[in-house]
Ligand binder design. Structure first.
Ligand code: GDP
Length: 376
């Protein structure tokens, strides 16, 4: 107002300032990140492993409502006698409410199918390592902007419902992969079992996973400030592993509704009915709640372990022979030993921080530099 005194003016200005200060605007940062991510699109690489006929393709189709296996060629028994494990990639672009997802399914036909299944997981571990290696090369190269990330974020491992727990091949497979990828074990074709049998088999598998020291994917701790309903759902999710799943490519009519299910002479099994199987829990977890965490763990734990190991191997090779050329292009090292030592130390610190946050990723054998040993 025209009659306002200068002191009034001061307090007017300062109150304006206080008001302004209440909203600077960085609260929009999540929106900016959201916009940018949506624009860029998302990618996710899912591996499926288990014997042929376990229902892998049917489950993947049921999960993503696509037909990823149109051109699949099934081999007969004779052809499978000496079959080696193949790695086949299927990629689809899915869009939902403007959000684009590039989904890659890595299939492993031939796993466990031959007469001699000795080391049949080797091509699979090699494949995972090759993706890490490629990423490491790209990351250390000149054009780091458009790196294509083919690292495997999750492996659904199908355990047959017919046995009494894990078979030796299941134990060997999971032990060979658990430090390279997030393994989610599943009980396949759960409609073969009664609820009581499912419970028994789950208990048995959980016990054996513990007994053999297999590190399957662990769901992160629920934040303490989450609401009670969320905490309850999180608890149920954790208690329900290994998920007992059913897949179907057909739509049937049940209770007056068209649903994905399997029609038997004695009734209908509904894929999405939570009292019939854990399909919905698996889908919610994999797609709606934990996809990002699976990617984070891949990047922060599995890839970091690979990378630390790589750098360590390169350092010792360089120390052995200074003139030797590294097979993997790394940053130019002016004084290789000191620089690399520093890098390893930093990486160790980083990996340690991650493990401290997620104690289940305790890898005693990796990395083994001085910094690491001191912390132990
Ligand atoms: P894959 O070789 O592991 O990919 O197995 P497929 O998805 O091709 O399935 C092999 C057979 O099992 C097909 O006849 C499917 O219809 C059937 N199948 C798939 N999922 C299930 C399931 O959850 N329960 C039962 N009972 N059969 C299934």
């Amino acid at each position: 107002t025209p009659n306002r005194k200068s002191s009034d003016n001061c307090s007017f200005v300062s109150s304006l300032f206080v008001q302004e200060k209440q909203y600077v605007g960085f609260a929009t940062l999540p929106n900016q990140v959201h916009r940018k991510s949506v624009k860029k699109g998302f990618d996710f690489t899912l591996m499926v492993a288990g014997e042929s006929g376990m229902g892998k393709s049917t489950l993947v189709n049921s999960l993503f409502l696509t037909d990823l296996y149109k051109d699949r060629k099934l081999l007969n028994a004779e052809e499978r006698i000496n079959q080696t494990v193949e790695i086949i990639k299927h990629t689809v672009d899915i869009e939902e409410k403007g959000v684009k997802l590039k989904l890659t399914i890595v299939d492993t036909p031939g796993f466990g199918d031959a007469v001699n299944n000795n080391e049949c997981w080797k091509p699979i571990t090699d494949y995972i390592d090759q993706q890490f290696e490629q990423y490491f090369r790209d990351e250390s190269g000149l054009n780091r902007k458009n790196i294509q990330d083919n690292r495997v974020h999750c492996c659904l491992y199908f355990i047959p419902p017919f046995g009494h727990g894990l078979r030796p091949v299941d134990v060997e497979f999971m032990k060979a992969l658990h430090e390279k990828v997030n393994i989610i074990p599943l009980i396949a074709k759960a409609d073969c079992l009664t609820p009581n049998e499912i419970k028994k088999l789950k208990d048995r598998i959980r016990e054996e996973i513990d007994k053999f020291g297999i590190k399957v994917y662990q769901f992160p701790e629920c934040d303490s400030d989450e609401d009670e309903e969320f905490k309850q759902l999180d608890k149920e999710l954790k208690e329900c592993t290994p998920f007992a799943v059913i897949g179907s490519n057909t739509v049937v009519e049940a209770r007056g509704q068209r649903v994905r299910g399997r029609l038997y002479p004695w009734g209908i099994v509904e894929v999405e009915n939570q009292s019939h199987c854990d399909f919905v829990k698996l889908r919610n977890m994999l797609i709606r709640s934990h996809m990002h965490d699976l990617k984070d763990v891949t990047c922060d734990v599995h890839y970091e372990n690979y990378r630390a190991q790589c750098i360590q191997e390169m350092t010792s090779k360089l120390a052995q022979d200074n003139r030797m050329e590294s097979p993997i292009p790394i940053l130019p090292l002016s004084t290789p030993d000191v620089e690399t030592e520093k890098l390893i130390k930093m990486k160790d610190e980083e990996v340690w921080r991650i493990i401290f946050r997620r104690p289940q990723y305790f890898y005693a054998e990796l990395p083994s530099s001085n910094a690491w040993n001191k912390k132990l």
